[in-house]
Design a protein around this ligand. Structure first.
Ligand code: ADP
Ligand code: MG
Length: 238
């Protein structure tokens, strides 16, 4: 079954056409990377899937359900951004469990879910700390923990590692890969970083000017780039 389907999705801001006509179909468990330079429309596309932006045209399905008119809260997705937006006054435990708390999940169940996610992300020794007492990498893990406990149908990541230094980025890449292998949840992951795309993606959609230039697995993208832009951006041998 496909987890995410986009049919002819377009987006304009006034006279600016940001997404031309995007068609996509993601199977269960895929890790799709949206790769492209700054301003090509990656975040806009992700925000449309999340329901944070309304498309100018086109349809969005999550599973079998058309979600164009479904509120972001009811889309069964979880989003992780580069700015972690943790609640500064709440300890890690409550930050991770906050979505469940809002949903009215009872304390015991919530605690089990939070403990499980915290262990998986190796922040279980930090549950009593406030976000201000954490390193950047630890904060990013907490943000991912908060997404995981909600057991979404779809994870959306928007450049989650771009604020981290190179060493931590490499470490978090491995962490995200491990999580995906373990949970098997479908992912759409936005980045402008070729290494992230090549190491994480089961498929890569290379974007330029609101158009998907090529949608293929990493090896094909590298070895048989569809055009000069893809070749240049991926760094394929010419
Ligand atoms: P990316 O994430 O690939 O860097 P974005 O999706 O953020 O690109 O932006 C694509 C284009 O749309 C950019 O030219 C940006 O300036 C424009 N844009 C994004 N959001 C808005 C908005 N709310 N209003 C007007 N223009 C926007
Ligand atoms: Mg962006």
């Amino acid at each position: 079954m496909s987890t995410l389907t986009l049919n002819g999705v377009r987006k304009s801001f006034g006279a600016l056409d940001v997404l031309q006509s995007i068609d996509l179909q993601l199977e269960d468990g895929e890790f799709l990377v949206l790769l492209g330079p700054s301003g090509c429309g990656k975040s806009t596309l992700l925000n449309i899937v999340a329901g944070l932006e309304t498309p100018t045209a086109g349809e969005i399905f999550i599973g079998e359900k058309k979600v164009n008119d479904v509120h972001p809260k009811n889309r069964n997705i979880a989003m992780v951004f580069q700015s972690y937006a943790l609640y500064p006054t709440m300890p890690v435990e409550r930050n991770i469990g906050f979505g469940l708390e809002m949903r009215g999940v009872e304390t015991d169940t919530r605690k089990r879910a939070v403990d499980g996610a915290a262990r998986m992300l190796q922040v279980d020794h930090l549950l009593d700390r406030k976000p201000g007492q954490l390193s950047g990498g630890q904060r990013q893990r907490v943000a991912m923990g908060r997404a995981i406990v909600r057991e979404p149908e779809l994870f959306l990541f928007d450049e989650p590692l771009s604020n981290l230094d190179a060493k931590l980025r490499a470490e978090m890449r491995t962490e995200i890969k491990r999580l995906h292998n373990r949970l098997g949840t479908t992912v759409v992951y936005v980045t402008h970083d070729q290494i992230e795309a090549m190491t994480l993606g089961t498929r890569i959609a290379v974007m330029k000017g609101g158009v998907i230039q090529q949608l293929a697995d990493p090896m094909t993208t590298y070895e048989k780039p569809a055009n000069m832009f893809v070749a240049g951006f991926i760094g394929s041998p010419s």
